[in-house]
Structure formats: structure tokens, C-alpha cells
Design a protein around this ligand. Structure first.
Ligand code: PMP
Length: 351
């Protein structure tokens, strides 16, 4: 606490990000990064941008990237928005669409940043418990509320909500904004972006951090009705109109245009994931039905907290959440086949 802080700053419990160790010898399976490098075309585009106009401010409207993202999904640029990672877009969306006078609905197990933004915006979350199998009870996302946010697939459960269920949410809540956070959608889900033309209350948020291997660049995209995109622009232009830098703008466009590389690396991650799920089940682990680039796993006979520590001592970083209902689970990012083979080898020695 500080006497210089506002009551708001004093009341915050800021998010603690996953560890980014300086020691590069760890097998890093703790923050859901892609094990493959970004598209070579994106790297080339950024080199060119670095040699060109860094002296000048970037385009405040992010026009080229917004156009490329709109083209990718067959939407108009007026239905598309870009920012510094989806975390920034989530913060803008909370400020733009969630009225502090009403509770906002979250699943009770979800991306833990949401409650931090809620606090920052003075919003009270209303948590809707997942069922025994960690499925989202869609029918309970209704009633008198100020909007809702759901990651799809959910994090850290990795479980997908099928598109017909997303449609149900939108139909049941026409007067409130429904945010679908699709950080992991490319690893096996069907995107709700195709529903944007039908539902003015839908905002879909995506990131280039996971399936496009650009976590270090910070690029997020949002898709919604013109009315919602206008709302995001009101917040952005009241905060920092030059949000995205020139390197990110160029790299993101090139990454979105390299479909072949995206398909190839995503397919590799999915194949590795499906193989490791089978091996973990053979070892007696409970593994959720992951449609993401990570797994949520638990062993009935071993403590997740102990396994986390022991794996770390053996040079493998995974994520342990000391939170209710998942306190005996580990979240494990899908790495390369070689990394996962090493993970399994170490795990077999520990159990
Ligand atoms: N949403 C979810 C569900 C996430 O897990 C993450 C990554 N931790 C993000 C959003 C943020 O991703 P980024 O800011 O890198 O786009």
C-alpha cells in the first residue's frame, strides 16, 4: 500500500502471469505458447518494417491489419478491430460494454485475467459454476445481468463449447453483449466469427499469440457489429490512439496471409496433442477433452502440487493453479513431439 495510490489502485489484486524463466534450458510448457516459430514471411515483413519508417508514428487506424483480418473472415473493416494482444482488447471491451451497475457472468473456472479487469472497471462478476465434467451450463447464462464473457475453448479446462450452444447464448441474451474469447479456437473449434453478421450483441476476440506463434509481438483482433467496434474505438481513442507499433502491424498482416504455414503448424500441434492425451490416459491420468493447445490433467494417486515441483526440478515447467476444483490438476502446454516425449519420460519416473 502507498499513500500515493488511489483507492482503486490500492484495491487491485493484479494478475500474476506465468513464469518466463531466463534459463532457456527448461522445456517450457507453462504459458500455452506455440512450440514452432512464427511464419518466415512474418519475420521477413518485420525486418523490412524495421528498416523502413520506425522514425514515423504508426497508422493510428491500423487500416492495413484491420483490412487483412476482415478479408480473412469475409467481414467488413467496420466489423473488425486490432490491438496489442487480446488482453488489451478484453480490457477495452470490459470498459466499453459492461455496465458496472450490473453483474457480469463468467464461468467459475475461467481465464483468471477477467476478474482483474472486472475490478479495474468496477464490475462485479457473477460466477456460473461448471458442471461435474467442467462443461459450461449454457442455460444458466441468462436472467438479469450486464453481459457475459466465455473463453471458447475454455481456459484452463480446454473444453470446447459447440457453435450451436454459442448461438443459444446469443439468442437468449439479445440485450447484452456476449464476448467469446477465442484465444485457442484454431486448435479444433469452430469460430463464432461467422455469426457476427447475424447477432449485433456478439463480440469475438482472437489472438495471434497461440496459433500464429506471435505471443511476443502482442497482436489481438476483435470482430463484431459496427456498433460494438465503434464502442471499442471510443475506448481506444480515449486511451492511446497509436496502440499498435509498425512492426506488429506489418508482422501480423504477413502472418494472416501465410495460410499454408498456419495450417501446417496448427495440424502438428493438434496431432501431438491427440497422441499425448492417449499416452497420459494409459498412465492413469484424467485428461479433459482438449480442443486447445494445452491439456488439463490430474492423477487420482498423485498430488498435482508435488508433480509440479518435481517436474520443475527435472527441467520441465508446467502450470499449477492453487484454486478450488482444479487444485489437483496441472495445465500442460502442447510442445513439439520431442518435448512431449521428454515430458512423458520424466513423468513416468515420478509416478
Ligand atoms: N484469453 C485467454 C483465454 C488466454 O488464455 C490468453 C493468454 N494467456 C489471452 C486471452 C491473452 O492472450 P494475448 O494477450 O497474448 O493475446
Amino acid at each position: 500500500m502507498s499513500k500515493y495510490w488511489t483507492p482503486l489502485a490500492s484495491s487491485l489484486e493484479p494478475y500474476v502471469p506465468g513464469e518466463q524463466p531466463k534459463d532457456k534450458t527448461y522445456i517450457k510448457l507453462n504459458t500455452n505458447e506455440n512450440p514452432y516459430p512464427p511464419s518466415p514471411k512474418a519475420l521477413e515483413a518485420m525486418k523490412e518494417a524495421a528498416n523502413a519508417d520506425l522514425r514515423l508514428y504508426p497508422d493510428p487506424t491500423c487500416e492495413e491489419l484491420v483490412q487483412a483480418a476482415a478479408n480473412y473472415y469475409g467481414l467488413s473493416p467496420k466489423q473488425t478491430f486490432a490491438g496489442n494482444g487480446s488482453d488489451e482488447l478484453l480490457a477495452f471491451a470490459f470498459a466499453a460494454f459492461f455496465d458496472p451497475a450490473r453483474p457480469v457472468l463468467f464461468p467459475d473456472i475461467t481465464y483468471s485475467f477477467y476478474k482483474v479487469y472486472a475490478k479495474l472497471c468496477g464490475i462485479t462478476p457473477k460466477l456460473i459454476p461448471l458442471d461435474e465434467q467442467f462443461q459450461v451450463p449454457i442455460d444458466q447464462f441468462a436472467g438479469d445481468h450486464g453481459g457475459m464473457i466465455l473463453p471458447n475453448p475454455n481456459a484452463p479446462t480446454a473444453i470446447l463449447i459447440p457453435l450451436d450452444q454459442v448461438r443459444k447464448l446469443l439468442e437468449a441474451n439479445p440485450d447484452r453483449v456476449v464476448i467469446i474469447d477465442e484465444a485457442y479456437i484454431d486448435f479444433g473449434g469452430e469460430s463464432a466469427v461467422k455469426l457476427v453478421p447475424e447477432y449485433p450483441n456478439l463480440l469475438v476476440i482472437q489472438t495471434l499469440s497461440k496459433s500464429r506463434s506471435l505471443a511476443g509481438l502482442r497482436v489481438g483482433l476483435a470482430f463484431g457489429s459496427e456498433e460494438l467496434i465503434d464502442g471499442l474505438n471510443r475506448i481506444k481513442n480515449s486511451f492511446n490512439s497509436y496502440t499498435m507499433d509498425r512492426l506488429a502491424l506489418r508482422g501480423a498482416v504477413a502472418a494472416l496471409q501465410d495460410e499454408a504455414y498456419f495450417q501446417e503448424t496448427t495440424a502438428k500441434v493438434v496431432a501431438t496433442r491427440d497422441g499425448i492425451i492417449a499416452s497420459l490416459k494409459e498412465l492413469g491420468f484424467i485428461v479433459t477433452d482438449s480442443k486447445a493447445n494445452f491439456l488439463l490433467i490430474s492423477h487420482p494417486s498423485y498430488s498435482a502440487a508435488d508433480l509440479f515441483k518435481q517436474l520443475r526440478e527435472q527441467g520441465i515447467l508446467v502450470r499449477y493453479f492453487n484454486s478450488p476444483r482444479i487444485d489437483n490438476y496441472l495445465r500442460v502446454t502442447v510442445g513439439t513431439d520431442e518435448e512431449m516425449a521428454q515430458f512423458l519420460k520424466v513423468l513416468k519416473r515420478l509416478i
